[in-house]
Write a protein that binds this ligand. Structure first.
Ligand code: ZN
Length: 439
């Protein structure tokens, strides 16, 4: 078929976007995202280490990964890695805004069974209406173990009919997060815990704790005149998790050379949970997970306190998180000059208040990586009248003292149950991440 536009996505970009769609489908919750990353890494020859065992030099020098709840860290050491090898790290987050089941989730009215939820992060609440919703996450059991659970689209929050809400198209939909956001599950007395137990393959009486969210059940899809867009939930921030996993696998497979600055770096990816709720948890970016793993890898390679300081000072973090493209219907919400566009490559995110960690030195390092990868880049800066978001970059920089650069692909409808990005962008982010990890 002849494309309708000169910027139709290439077959390779299309394949990468569809693979991102497959990643998102396999990752309805942060726990599933960490497991799906691990599954892909295992298939590429990475092996799991556990935080509760001791790590030797062969562990640190290999292709390894470690899980902590809904977070994952993986690394690939080049041949000859030692206590002088710096780290090149790409970071992202596994969680997305959602409705999260309350601990006693059974509700009901008007002969219907409903599920009690609270709000996780900052979803566009209206986008959760009138969609079939999956339940997915982790169940803790009486014997101390836990299992993942993932259901088909069993739930729905029906919007009030326009006949009963005559002002809705003028005044906007008004949603009380307690009264109006409880999904319907079935006819009473359908039991939500019984259904979760069934899908997890466990007994209802054995469930003692839930970390379960509800997300859009609709399959991801390409759309647009030339299928130049991808519609999908959780592009914030599985677009970055997918890119860093695939970039690390690419780097681990290839040969790595010394850089002009010294030995080839140890390539690391980290995907933290809980970014959407502030990161201050044991598996979040403000917690100790990344530092714990870097310290242990360095020590297993024969390093000490003093060499660790040197290595951290010469290491660098690329913090990848989705950002906003300029919206064609709301041009005034963006900076008048710097207007990120869909399909034009990853953005460098810049903010004078340091809501993003990018500084001039970091910009140079990322621009060099993009040039090595043959990938374009663009800039993001907020309109001064709009509050700026933030991400794991400044938190990681504050904890570890490394030069940190905030980047990400452009989205529209961020924090909707179904966001959109350009089909061309996931591959470009992967390629830029791989070039950065190589050093
Ligand atoms: Zn994000």
């Amino acid at each position: 078929m002849t494309p309708f536009s000169a910027s139709a996505p290439s077959p390779r970009a299309r394949a990468a976007a569809l693979d991102l769609g497959a990643f998102v489908t396999a990752a309805p919750s942060s726990f599933h995202a960490a497991r799906e990353a691990a599954r892909r890494l295992e298939a590429a020859g990475f092996t799991e280490l556990h935080e509760t065992t001791s790590w030797g030099s062969a562990d640190a020098a290999g292709n390894r990964y470690v899980l902590r709840d809904g977070s994952i860290i993986a690394w690939s050491a080049p041949e000859g890695a030692d206590a002088a090898s710096p780290f090149r790290i790409v970071g992202s987050h596994t969680d997305s805004p959602a409705l999260k089941l309350k601990p006693n989730p059974q509700l009901g009215a008007e002969g219907l069974a409903q599920v009690g939820v609270e709000i996780y992060g900052g979803p566009l609440l209206n986008s959760w209406l009138d969609r079939e919703l999956r339940m997915a996450g982790r169940l803790a059991l009486t014997d101390g173990s836990s299992v993942l659970v993932d259901t088909p689209g069993l739930l729905r929050i029906p919007q009030l009919a326009v006949h009963l809400d005559r002002a809705v198209n003028k005044d906007g939909v008004q949603l009380d997060p307690q009264r109006h956001m409880q999904p319907i599950l079935g006819f009473a007395p359908s039991d939500v815990l019984e259904i979760l137990a069934h899908h997890a393959g466990v007994a209802r009486r054995d469930i003692v704790g839930l970390d379960v969210v509800t997300v859009d059940a609709q399959a991801t899809a390409l759309f647009g005149a030339d299928e130049e867009f991808l519609a999908s939930g959780r592009l914030d921030n599985l677009s970055s998790v997918h890119a860093e996993v695939e970039a690390l696998i690419t780097v681990a497979r290839g040969a790595r050379a010394e850089t002009p600055d010294g030995p080839a770096p140890i390539a690391v990816m980290v995907a933290n949970d809980h970014e959407e709720v502030g990161s201050a948890t044991r598996s979040g970016a403000a917690g100790p997970f990344l530092e714990d793993v870097l310290v242990r890898v360095h020590a297993a390679l024969g390093g000490d306190e003093s060499s660790r300081r040197q290595v951290l000072a010469s290491s660098m973090v690329l913090s990848a998180d989705a950002g906003h493209a300029a919206h064609p219907n709301y041009p005034e919400r963006h900076d008048p000059v710097t207007r990120p566009r869909l399909g034009e490559g990853p953005m460098l995110k810049i903010n004078a208040q340091q809501r993003y960690a990018t500084d001039a030195v970091g910009i140079a390092a990322f621009v060099a990586a993009c040039e090595r990868a043959g990938v374009p880049h663009q800039h993001f800066v907020s309109n001064n009248a709009m509050p700026c978001g933030s991400t794991i970059g400044p938190i990681t920089a504050t904890r570890l003292g490394m030069t940190t650069i905030d980047v990400g692909i452009t989205l529209l409808s961020m924090h909707s149950a179904r966001e959109m990005c350009a089909t061309a962008d996931p591959l470009m982010l992967q390629q830029a991440c791989a070039a950065f990890l190589r050093g």
